[in-house]
Design a protein around this ligand. Structure first.
Ligand code: ADP
Length: 270
């Protein structure tokens, strides 16, 4: 009887331990993740705020000078305030993602339509920057996805391709398909990503070269948002170094949305 009781007590302790570990450990990890995110965000916001403060103080030191002659004070303050604004919008998207937000609605559409819309915007942007944009749509690629969010994803990839490519760079958008996937590729012949960073670029605030990135207005959050949008579609995203130099980002999206996210509740239940 005594042995039996000891066994039951021991088993209960073991079960409680396992259960506690299963529930408390993920909770602890999620709190730690949130804390690290908040810390990184505050750290990233500190620099642009410091720049704005110092430039405005500089402006105040010589108030009698004409505003037109104070460009070196005004321009950085304006640039950094725009960066803060971009960062805050990106942080809001990621905070909603962490809270379990999914995409609003999924619909069937041809990825070439998305490509055409992007081509109108970026054909012009590229030309202004003395760069070449190539887009040669081929076959129809019908997928089930959220148009607005995939538009946002492509803007992130195209902005990066332009940002990390010098004058006379070539940026290419390709839309193809396999049996059950739509495939989007954005290629450039720019500075490229180091082999050891190909996975890291999708983590929040990761940037290969912080100084360069700061000057081009980057926030280090674009590809994390691109990854979240891809995940919401049940797809995959990856970066590759091109043999000829530059980067390729490839997004694969299932043609049928098996996750059934973003449907209205009655559809979800059925
Ligand atoms: P950022 O706002 O800094 O561009 P992202 O999350 O979009 O933030 O990208 C993270 C990092 O990945 C960038 O800082 C850059 O180092 C690298 N990166 C992204 N796209 C490219 C590209 N097309 N070519 C070279 N490096 C890139």
């Amino acid at each position: 009887l005594v042995n039996g009781s000891i066994l039951i007590i021991f088993a209960s302790i073991m079960i409680s331990y396992v259960l506690a570990n299963r529930t408390i450990k993920p909770m602890k990890e999620s709190i730690e993740k949130e804390r690290a995110f908040l810390q990184d965000a505050s750290h990233e916001l500190r620099t642009p705020i410091a720049v704005i403060q110092s430039r405005l103080e500089g402006l105040l030191r010589n108030p009698e000078e004409k505003i037109i002659d104070r460009y070196e004070y005004i321009e950085p303050a304006l640039r950094e305030s725009r960066r803060i604004s971009r960062m805050v919008s990106n942080l809001m998207i990621l905070t909603r993602a962490d809270a379990g937000a999914t995409l609003d609605k999924m619909e069937k559409f041809d990825l070439r339509k998305l490509g055409d819309d992007i081509a109108i915007i970026y054909g012009e942007f590229a030309a202004i920057q003395n760069k070449k944009f190539v887009y040669t749509p081929k076959e129809e690629v019908i997928i089930e996805g959220n148009y607005e969010n995939l538009h946002q994803l492509l803007i992130i990839l195209m902005d990066n391709a332009l940002k990390y490519t010098k004058d006379e760079g070539i940026i290419e958008l390709s839309i193809t398909s396999s049996k059950d996937k739509g495939i989007i590729r954005v290629l450039d012949n720019g500075v490229g990503i180091k082999e050891e960073n190909l996975d890291k670029v999708f983590t929040r605030f990761f940037r290969e070269d912080k100084a360069r990135n700061r000057n081009n207005g980057g926030t280090g959050l674009g590809l994390s948002i691109a990854k979240w949008i891809t995940d919401c579609h049940g797809g995959t995203i990856r970066a590759e170094r091109r043999k000829e130099g530059g980067t390729m980002i490839e997004v694969q999206l299932p043609k049928e949305n098996k996750l059934k996210i973003g449907k209205n509740s009655s559809e979800k239940e059925s």
